[in-house]
Design a protein. Structure first.
Length: 77
């Protein structure tokens, strides 16, 4: 499994914390979140690093259309 780049940071932080615990002789429970995978991200990252990733501005009309389908959620005062 290839973790998504965002999850890779959590994995690294968990490893760093485990190494500190080993060095200090401490036992801890270390939890982290691994969400998604990087299979679909890698092409975009490769294109970005090669300067081939093109910016795309989502059309304002489609944003407005999508907003019409959201439920009306009111927070208590």
């Amino acid at each position: 499994m290839i973790p998504a780049p965002e999850s890779a940071h959590a994995i690294r932080a968990a490893i760093d914390e485990a190494l500190l615990c080993r060095a200090d002789g401490k036992k801890k429970v270390i939890a982290f979140n691994l969400s998604g995978h990087g299979h679909f991200d890698m092409g975009a990252y490769d294109a970005f690093h090669q300067g081939k990733l093109e910016d795309y501005e989502y059309p304002e009309s489609l944003v407005h259309e999508a907003m019409q389908h959201l439920p009306d959620v009111r927070l208590p005062a």
